[in-house]
Unconditional design. Structure first.
Length: 352
């Protein structure tokens, strides 16, 4: 049984119910822009050591919550823990990002890929969730997350971050059946992973589809959205009424807003390449909306930040169902003072 939350704005807004002020959390609210994060990461050795140690992951999750008046915490982990659990050998190369020892570059590799027992192989994540719940003591809700099958597949096929995604696109167009087989395995894994996170106590989940926006419309539908919908259906089937709200976020995906609404997600995240006014009109109150400030605005002075916040809040208007966020992750060299100002400004200008 979940304890009642002291600050319930985020959950209320997800249900499109009235709130006393617009809730705000920030993608990558924990991380390198915080000196206490850099210190802890240095003492732990590296980023993966932080993720895999439940106590440290818990501590990193709490860092932004202690500093700022955020309305939700997000589990500190990474989307790439799933391919790691599948045996691909995740490691991080300094200043270059994630790498895998093994790539999924053929139908045979897909055939050989096993769907691990998500409960066992990612138990460190659920332990972190339990630890975070104790630390949070019901102050604010906790968000769990996963990558979308498509976004996970990009890293597994490319073997690392990519700019042109040529390997995965070649694979998709040359071996569409094998691509579907890979995405199916990932959808099964993600469903089970999010299910376990929910059982461990997260109050909402977000599916990060960072790379869905590189696709054409029919390919996005068939290879990305389709699998996010499958995950949502799976969670609804497994959990029924006790399923938590589900947020989907396709970076650069606003052209498909209407299609996303068919996924049964409770909330759609948008980046800053579309105006909130346009999103609001098209969504027309059917789901909650999360977003969509350009993360780079945190490099500006406070007057500029305040003006952008007021503009965004005005564009959304009085109706319920807005969760304030950046349109993508926090940049690594933002001044934490600016984040404090942003959070306070959102609350100040949205208080009812
Ligand atoms: O300390 C470090 O140097 C590691 C930097 C870092 C951090 C802080 C990585 C490596 N991951 C994270 C944390 C993280 N990643 C969170 C924590 C929760 C939060 O505070 O929001 C989350 C939700 C993620 C999810 C994630 N990882 C995504 C989806 C969201 C997004 O930002 O698009 C993706 C694509 C990743 C892969 C990844 N992990 C790390 C890096 C540098 C990358 C991106 C690689 C690339 O450029 O493609």
């Amino acid at each position: 049984m979940m304890k009642p939350l002291k600050n319930n704005r985020f959950i209320q807004a997800l249900a499109r119910k009235p709130v006393d002020a617009t809730p705000i959390w920030l993608m990558r609210q924990a991380g390198r822009y915080l000196p206490e994060y850099r210190e802890l990461r240095a003492s732990a050795g590296d980023f993966l050591a932080l993720c895999k140690n439940p106590k440290l992951a818990c501590e990193v999750t709490m860092q932004p919550i202690r500093r700022f008046e955020l309305d939700a915490a997000i589990l500190f982990s990474d989307i790439l823990t799933i391919p790691d659990a599948m045996g691909l050998g995740l490691h991080f190369v300094k200043d270059e990002g994630p790498r895998f020892h093994k790539k999924i570059d053929s139908k045979i590799a897909v055939d050989e890929l096993s769907v691990p027992d998500m409960r066992e192989s990612l138990s460190y994540v659920y332990e972190a969730i339990e630890c975070i719940q104790v630390e949070l003591a019901g102050e604010v809700p906790l968000i769990g997350f996963s990558g979308s099958p498509w976004t996970l597949a990009t890293y597994m096929v490319e073997g690392q971050a990519s700019k042109d995604f040529r390997h995965i696109k070649r694979f998709l167009y040359q071996e569409p059946e094998a691509m579907h087989q890979l995405l199916d395995k990932l959808a099964i894994s993600v469903t089970e992973y999010l299910y376990q996170q929910i059982l461990s106590g997260v109050h909402a989940v977000q599916i990060f589809d960072t790379w869905g926006g590189i696709l054409s419309t029919p390919i996005y539908q068939e290879f990305s959205l389709n699998y996010m919908s499958k995950i949502i259906r799976g969670l609804h089937e497994k959990l029924g009424q006790s399923c938590v709200p589900i947020i989907i976020f396709t970076k650069n995906g606003h052209q498909w807003l209407e299609l996303m609404l068919e996924s049964s997600a409770d909330c759609v995240g948008v980046d800053w390449s579309i105006s909130m006014e346009n999103v609001k009109k098209r969504v027309a109150g059917r789901v909650a909306i999360q977003g969509n400030l350009d993360p780079a605005i945190l490099y500006a002075d406070n007057t500029t930040i305040e003006k952008a916040v007021v503009e965004l809040l005005d564009q959304f208007g009085e109706a319920p169902g807005h969760i304030f966020n950046l349109g993508h992750g926090m940049l690594r060299d933002v001044d934490p003072e600016k984040v404090d100002f942003l959070v306070k400004t959102v609350h100040k200008h949205s208080q009812s």
